[in-house]
Design a protein around this ligand. Structure first.
Ligand SMILES: Cc1ncc(COP(=O)(O)O)c(C=O)c1O
Length: 513
């Protein structure tokens, strides 16, 4: 058994094992509390907390009109709305007298219970005890906020953090703001779903030979930050066998895995060139069980025998980003330390956002509920059904875009390849230099390409701008990232693909002349 692989099940052993992972700032972090809410009981007159009575709130009620189908403007969906009414006293478990009031930092109980139940059903941590009491969930203000709190808690100047060589750069900024050092982890950039994502052989070599390797001047890594499913920017997902190997490395070299997963629910079945618009989400055979078991990539939590995974999920991509609502899953000890930071910074995430999300899911469940299922099951099933509809739309958009890109003259002339994504909202287009030597000044060339694209009326992200270290990823960064999320319809995606093709063709025609 390796040093890191004993399974800590109770709080005391979690504390012993994970205390060394805390940043030096955690020591100075404590809420100087002047008032204890737990002392309240019904016959005590509350004159302690500085909470405005709910009758001071200018809002008496909120009525929600809720779409049961995304893009709900087709006459054939005539009955696809439902409603929810919230006022000072209802719904009883989360009236607005409660959601507009100061509240528990970790989140309001009804939504928190829903979210924990969801994690239990889809990605229950292996180390969990029978009563699910050694891990927990807290709500947060978007995954950006989650990662800020997580990195503030586990990183300082002595920490080295491993990040996929291309990443969502704000994550890197968050790490670096703590004084920690970021090192890039090699990725297999391929559309082969069994090989894509983190290069585990390279990672093994790096960690096994740390003291003689390129980063020997840094401390051994304490953290891996990964967007393992539907990665941003690449759209790739680390296959299960690689997750197992990465987890074994985490045990052997004793590092935490921070798994940021905003895109995992948007799983893409493989593109079928014979029938490009085929969409398995439309099949009546696709049950919730099949979606959860056969489509979704399981979280690192489902490998986590020793409580070293911190998982971040968000409502941004499956509900709405303006809510600023997300959640963090982790062992009880680390989560408490993260919560201590929230206590002195943001406190609870927006109560209005929590109420909207909770009431929406509840209303979806009520409108569809059959007498044969419990309300808890109905909430879960309704929410997953909504998510499946979102995933279906994204899958359709991905198919439309791939088809349109493959039909461009530029693609057919061999100017680029498309890395078909396995989940999420991004597609990457990799330039094929063909008979030309790959230029030395790749970033400048990509900037020139960007000008051609803009001239053609389309804006994408340049891959090199999402590199953890441009020098390290020099050979791989000649790609463009596009998102299928924001376009208003298929026609816009088709037109954008045509413009991309034209822009790349003009770029190569210029390079060639
Ligand atoms: C990998 C990743 N993490 C986090 C976020 C931000 O999520 P949130 O809107 O919940 O802050 C994004 C994108 O916006 C992302 O791509």
């Amino acid at each position: 058994m390796t040093a890191g692989s004993t399974a800590p099940v109770d709080y005391a052993s979690l504390k012993k094992k994970f205390q060394p992972f805390l940043s030096r700032r955690v020591e100075n972090r404590s809420l100087k509390c002047f008032w204890n809410a737990s002392e309240l009981s019904d016959d005590v007159i509350e004159l302690a907390g500085g909470m405005p009575n709910e009758r001071f709130f200018p809002v008496e009620s909120i009525d929600l009109k809720i779409s049961k189908v995304p893009f709900n403007d087709n006459p054939k969906w005539h009955n696809s709305f439902t409603t929810a009414h919230l006022d000072l006293n209802s719904p009883i478990e989360l009236p607005i007298a409660r959601s507009l009031q100061y509240a528990e930092t970790k989140g309001l109980p009804p939504l928190l219970h829903f979210v924990k139940d969801m994690v239990c059903r889809i990605n229950r941590p292996v180390f969990s005890d029978e009563t699910e009491s050694n891990w927990d969930v807290i709500l947060s203000g978007g995954s950006n906020d989650s990662m800020f709190k997580v990195f503030e808690t586990i990183c300082d100047e002595s920490t080295t953090v491993m990040i996929e060589e291309f990443t969502f750069t704000p994550a890197m900024s968050n790490v670096e703001a703590t004084g920690a050092k970021v090192i890039p982890i090699k990725m297999d950039l391929t559309f082969d779903r069994e090989r894509q994502g983190i290069d585990v052989e390279d990672l093994t070599r790096l960690l096994d030979n740390w003291s003689t390797g390129p980063y020997k001047h840094l401390n051994k890594p304490k953290v891996l930050y990964t967007i393992a499913t539907g990665q941003n920017p690449t759209g790739m997902s680390v296959p299960r066998w690689k997750r197992e190997k990465i987890y074994q490395l985490a045990q052997k070299h004793d590092f935490l895995i921070v798994e940021d997963d905003p895109y995992g629910y948007m799983y893409f079945p493989s593109y079928n060139p014979q029938n490009p618009l085929e969409n398995p989400y439309d099949s009546s055979d696709l049950t919730i069980e099949r979606y959860l078991n056969d489509f979704l990539m399981k979280s690192f939590l489902t490998l986590d025998t020793d409580a070293r995974v911190i998982r971040l999920e968000t409502f941004s991509k499956i509900f709405a980003p303006g809510l600023r609502l997300s959640f963090i899953v982790a062992n009880k000890f680390l989560l408490q330390k993260i919560l201590d930071l929230a206590d002195i910074t943001t406190r609870a995430p927006s109560g209005t956002s929590q109420a909207i999300v909770y009431s929406t899911i509840k209303a979806m469940a009520e409108s569809e509920m059959s007498s044969s299922v419990s309300f808890r099951d109905a909430m879960f099933e309704s929410w997953i059904k909504w998510i499946m509809q979102i995933a279906s739309k994204y899958n359709h958009r991905k198919n439309v875009t791939l088809k349109a890109l493959y039909e461009t003259e530029s693609y057919q002339a061999g100017h680029f390849t498309v890395m078909e994504p396995s989940a999420g909202m991004f597609i990457i287009i990799k330039l094929d230099w063909g008979i030309f030597d790959r230029p030395d000044n790749l970033p400048q060339q990509m900037d020139i390409l960007d000008e051609f694209l803009v001239k053609n009326g389309v804006k994408l992200v340049l891959g090199y701008k999402m590199a953890v270290c441009q020098e390290y990823s020099e050979q791989n960064s000649d790609f463009l990232r596009l998102t299928i999320a924001y376009a208003k319809d298929d026609d816009q995606l088709i037109e954008a693909s045509r413009r991309i093709g034209n822009g790349i063709k003009e770029f190569f025609d210029t390079v060639r002349s």
